[in-house]
Design a protein. Structure first.
Length: 225
């Protein structure tokens, strides 16, 4: 198993390794429940144990890694109950973020949301999973920034970090791509074009409900397989 080679450039080494390991976890290079052995990670990313330990602590705080007694750090394995709880909170917060975006976003933020949604619609069929996840992250960055609420920003970004473990499942499900385009277009139309707070909230909540349904179905299939 080979990972992303870490380049010693301007960005701090710890940040590079953090990004590389996070990417590899979300790309399923490491499976849910798999032990993250320090010596192997040192060899994989060609860094010291000190760097690896710092990165593992950060990913533990994000919810992507769980430290298990007598086993050490493992890739977090979400149960159906964990997933349902995350999606419930995510739906409420994204709904509020959508409503606030409709009320507070600048002209530039509204235009940027449109650009992101149109790019996703145009390229999602050919893009690989990592590229689609990156575009979705950009969409949420615009949504959260336009909501202009730092509490929502910090809380929702923490939830998104854990939901990333499931987002790949839902985004790869058959037929989910076109549905996502329709849902993001509806959010953009309500929040950025019409500035309709109630409709924006509903569109955001609908997107999360549909994502939850797909992710929970795919999770159940994976755990039974």
């Amino acid at each position: 198993m080979t990972g992303q080679r870490v380049q010693r450039v301007a960005a701090p080494l710890r940040a590079q390794v953090l990004e590389a390991l996070r990417h590899d976890i979300l790309a399923a290079e490491f499976k849910p429940g798999e032990r993250l052995v320090e010596s192997r990670l040192c060899a994989r990313y060609e860094v010291s144990r000190t760097v690896v330990r710092e990165v593992l602590r950060q990913l533990d705080s994000e919810g992507l890694v769980t430290t298990v007694p007598n086993r050490g750090p493992v890739v977090t394995e979400l149960t159906a109950g964990d997933a349902e709880a995350l999606f419930e909170v995510r739906g409420a917060l994204e709904g509020l973020a959508g409503a606030l975006f409709a009320q507070r976003a600048t002209t530039e933020q509204r235009e940027l949301m449109g650009k992101v949604v149109r790019r996703y619609a145009r390229t999602h069929r050919k893009a690989d999973l990592a590229e689609r996840l990156e575009m979705k992250d950009e969409f949420y960055d615009v949504l959260i920034d336009g909501a202009a609420n730092p509490i929502i920003a910090s809380t929702l970004r923490g939830i998104h970090a854990r939901v990333q473990l499931l987002r790949g499942l839902s985004m790869q499900a058959e037929g989910r791509g076109p549905e996502t385009v329709r849902e993001l277009t509806a959010i953009h139309d309500a929040a950025a074009v019409r500035g309709d707070a109630a409709a924006a909230r509903e569109a955001c909540e609908d997107h999360v409900r549909n994502a939850a349904t797909t992710a929970l179905r795919e999770l159940a299939a994976r755990q039974s397989g």
